[in-house]
Design a protein around this ligand. Structure first.
Ligand code: FE2
Length: 210
């Protein structure tokens, strides 16, 4: 069964003014859609791969034939990363922004030096990722970690990703994610991002990853 582009869990303009509607339309409808289309193209006719879950497929890239491995890495990673990213944001009027609570907040205090320190570490990972890539908050060995990956590499790609963890929050720092509104000002985009983080969803991801 072919992979499918998931619907956005909100309207294109829901994240304004942090992320504008046009950016969301292009980012989801064109960029994410292209990753899905190209992933399906890469595995076309390979029923053993097409029957796998996305996590199984990109989590074990060494099991993917070499002639399509790069295509699966880039497009499968792109599909997985964006599918995680969209629900991790929410309209500022619908619970986006603020700070985490409960077990997630406690783990941030315990493992990352508190919420402010975590935001600084994560923002720095996002700002210093050279070129295109992602910043991540993830779980590794029962603890929270912050890291980043280049291109569409995902922390679930075993033996491939620069950071190996179960991601629970990601921030896309490809220029396609922010250029229309922020141009070269990636740090402004990162700062504004905190205003739309859906902490309830991140907490759900945390519970599932623990
Ligand atoms: Fe993206």
């Amino acid at each position: 069964m072919a992979f499918k582009l998931p619907d956005l869990p909100y309207a294109h303009n829901a994240l304004e003014p942090v992320i504008d509607a046009t950016t969301m339309e292009i980012h989801h409808g064109k960029h994410h859609n292209a990753y899905v289309t190209n992933l399906n193209k890469a595995i076309e006719g390979k029923s053993d791969l097409a029957s796998k879950s996305l996590e199984d497929l990109i989590g074990n890239l060494s099991a993917v034939p070499q002639d399509i491995r790069t295509a699966v890495r880039n497009n499968g990673g792109g599909h997985f990363n964006h599918s995680l990213f969209w629900p991790c944001m929410s309209s500022p009027g619908q619970g986006g922004g603020g700070s985490p609570s409960g077990a997630l907040a406690q783990a941030i205090d315990r493992d990352l030096g508190g919420f402010d320190k975590f935001k600084e570490t994560f923002s720095n990972a996002a700002a210093t990722r050279f070129g295109s890539g992602w910043a991540w908050l993830g779980v590794k060995g029962g603890k929270l970690v912050v890291c980043s990956t280049p291109n569409q590499d995902s922390p679930i790609m075993k033996g491939v990703a620069e950071c190996d963890c179960a991601p629970i929050l990601g921030l896309d720092v490809w220029e396609h994610a922010y250029y229309l509104k922020y141009q070269n000002r990636r740090p402004d985009y990162i700062k504004a991002f905190w205003g739309v983080v859906n902490w309830a969803q991140v907490a759900k991801n945390f519970d599932a990853a623990k």
